[in-house]
Design a protein around this ligand. Structure first.
Ligand code: NOJ
Length: 519
């Protein structure tokens, strides 16, 4: 039986006075609880000095693929010769046309109030044939203008040297499998440092070495080659050495004058074992996919992760190779690599559950597992999904990963160089993306406040919708949408851009929504 309000008050009649006293007390209690909650929410602020930014990369946004004297990149070559490798057969010949519309991008950066903007130099736009004997005047002018434009708006530029668009000329000479690329990259880095280090203080040498070697040498990214057995591992060694050489060039020739910071940005998932029996395989999978790139640089001992080194040596022997497929480092190389960082750059998006694979179980790379170490990868039903099939939403995974990095490498400064969510891009009211950012930012904050992990900044991927590599334009990561059907490529703020602008004002995951003028 249900009572209407007036009836229920009548039933209470004789106790009305008591009720109103009780009600007042209740109200006071509620107000008290609310005040505590509000205070907790308000105190959910990132520490002073914490920096917020957003990121893009040259090939994904610039377009202008053949303007002026720009050289051809491996992406230009692949999308033109093998459009079938791109899901919607598209390319980034024009993309967001940021080569022409960069001032528009800077307007968005300013509108959100970003502390920094992470973007990349296209190697063949600056050095058209890949080598440092010829520097493109137009390339120099373009990046200089973007850097100056950011600084004029009070936004710090964070510059990536390599976000996957290798000059095709260097690919024709073997690309990342040729040991000489280590010096070619150092030469390129020196040119970039000499031109821009007076105005750029944070540098990323290589974006996601694991994608450059493991994903690209399984055919999913340019140059679209398939040689994960040997090619990917040669690439690993050279990419790492190239990073370390560039780091040393900066340290020796530029740091004394400009005092900037240089590091590398890793792509890392959170991996957890399915059962206690899967702990060992989980560790080996982590070492194969991530430790292979971080241990030589961040561990105290240097060199390859020991367990992985042993595993690869044994496996190569069984396969009949005269030496390990994982190429050895010389003692000098170990020293060159060790400590070649000023912070830990982390791109993080997703999590997986790891278990030992059953004999004969198919292990397509990442979507099913990791064949090299016979690991199967699963996801948990409760994890949300994004448009990119690989992106499963597990915010706690980021906190676990941050703790693990600290546990492995000590109290290193961590800059989250990418984190973001993909959808189909159809709507501006992207509530799922807002929730993703909020939930992941909360975990970053917990890692800082509860676990004392030294996270110094956070980068949203991406400032605007762009060419999502093999997914073409079918997966959108933008805080701002881009209408790729219009030659003017108009940008429009999504709800997530307004949310992120609020995060910047509040300096915490609970965005300040009081002002609606920005974004
Ligand atoms: C990592 C890469 O650095 C970036 O280029 C890519 O678009 C995002 N992840 C999303 O896949």
């Amino acid at each position: 039986m249900s009572l209407r309000i007036s009836e229920s008050l009548d039933v209470i009649g004789p106790y009305r006075n008591n009720f109103s006293v009780g009600r007042k007390m209740c109200l006071l209690a509620v107000v008290g609880v609310l005040a505590v909650v509000c205070e907790r929410v308000a105190s959910q602020r990132f520490p002073p000095g914490f920096q917020f930014g957003a990121a893009t990369s040259a090939y994904q946004i610039e377009g202008g693929w053949n303007v002026s004297d720009k050289g051809e990149s491996i992406w230009d070559r692949m999308v033109h010769s093998r459009p079938d490798l791109i899901y919607d057969h598209s390319n980034a010949d024009v993309a967001c046309d940021s080569y022409h519309l960069w001032e528009e991008d800077l307007r968005l950066v300013q509108e959100m109030g970003l502390d920094f903007y992470r973007f990349s130099i296209s190697w063949p736009r600056l050095l058209p044939n890949g080598f440092s004997n010829k520097v493109s005047e137009d390339g120099r002018r373009y990046y200089s203008a973007v850097i100056d434009g950011l600084r004029a708006r009070g936004v710090a530029p964070v510059l990536t040297l390599y976000h996957w668009d290798l000059p095709q000329r260097l690919q024709d000479l073997g690309g990342w499998t040729n040991p000489l690329i280590v010096e070619w990259f150092a030469d390129y880095a020196r040119v970039a440092f000499s031109l821009f280090a007076d105005r750029v203080h944070t540098w990323i040498t290589i974006n996601e070495p694991g994608s450059v070697c493991d994903v690209a040498y399984r055919g999913f990214l340019a140059p679209g080659l398939r040689d994960h057995e040997v090619g990917a591992l040669l690439c690993t060694k050279h990419v790492l050495l190239a990073h370390a050489r560039a780091y040393r060039v900066y340290q020796e020739e530029f740091k004394p004058k400009y005092h900037g910071e240089v590091s590398i940005a890793y792509q890392e998932c959170w991996f957890e074992p399915k059962t206690d029996q899967d702990l060992e395989i989980t560790l080996l999978t982590r070492e194969y996919l991530f430790g292979r790139y971080s241990h030589p640089i961040f561990s105290a001992a240097g060199g390859w992760p020991p367990a992985l080194e042993r595993y690869m040596a044994d496996k190569s022997k069984k396969e009949g190779y005269p030496r390990s497929r994982l190429p050895a480092f010389t003692p000098d190389e170990i020293q060159l690599l060790k400590g070649s960082f000023d912070f830990y750059g982390l791109n993080h998006y997703t999590s997986r559950v790891v278990r030992g694979a059953a004999p004969g179980e198919p292990l397509a790379f990442i979507s099913q597992g990791v064949e090299e170490v016979r690991a199967a990868l699963e996801t948990r039903p409760r994890w949300g999904t994004a448009t990119s099939s690989w992106l499963k939403v597990n915010p706690e995974g980021l906190r676990h990963l941050l703790k693990l990095i600290k546990q492995q490498y000590g109290d290193v400064k961590i800059l989250i160089t990418e984190n973001g969510y993909s959808d189909t891009g159809d709507q501006l009211e992207d509530r799922d993306r807002v929730n993703y950012y909020k939930d992941y930012l909360e975990q970053v904050l917990l890692a800082i406040t509860e676990d004392a992990v030294r996270v110094v900044g956070y980068t949203a991927w991406s400032l605007l919708d762009n060419f999502e590599w093999a997914a073409g334009y079918t997966s959108r990561f933008g805080l701002y949408s881009v209408d790729f059907s219009s030659p003017r490529r108009p940008r429009a703020a999504r709800a997530s851009a307004r949310y992120y602008a609020g995060v910047l004002r509040a300096r915490g995951p609970h965005a300040d929504t009081t002002r609606n003028t920005t974004a």
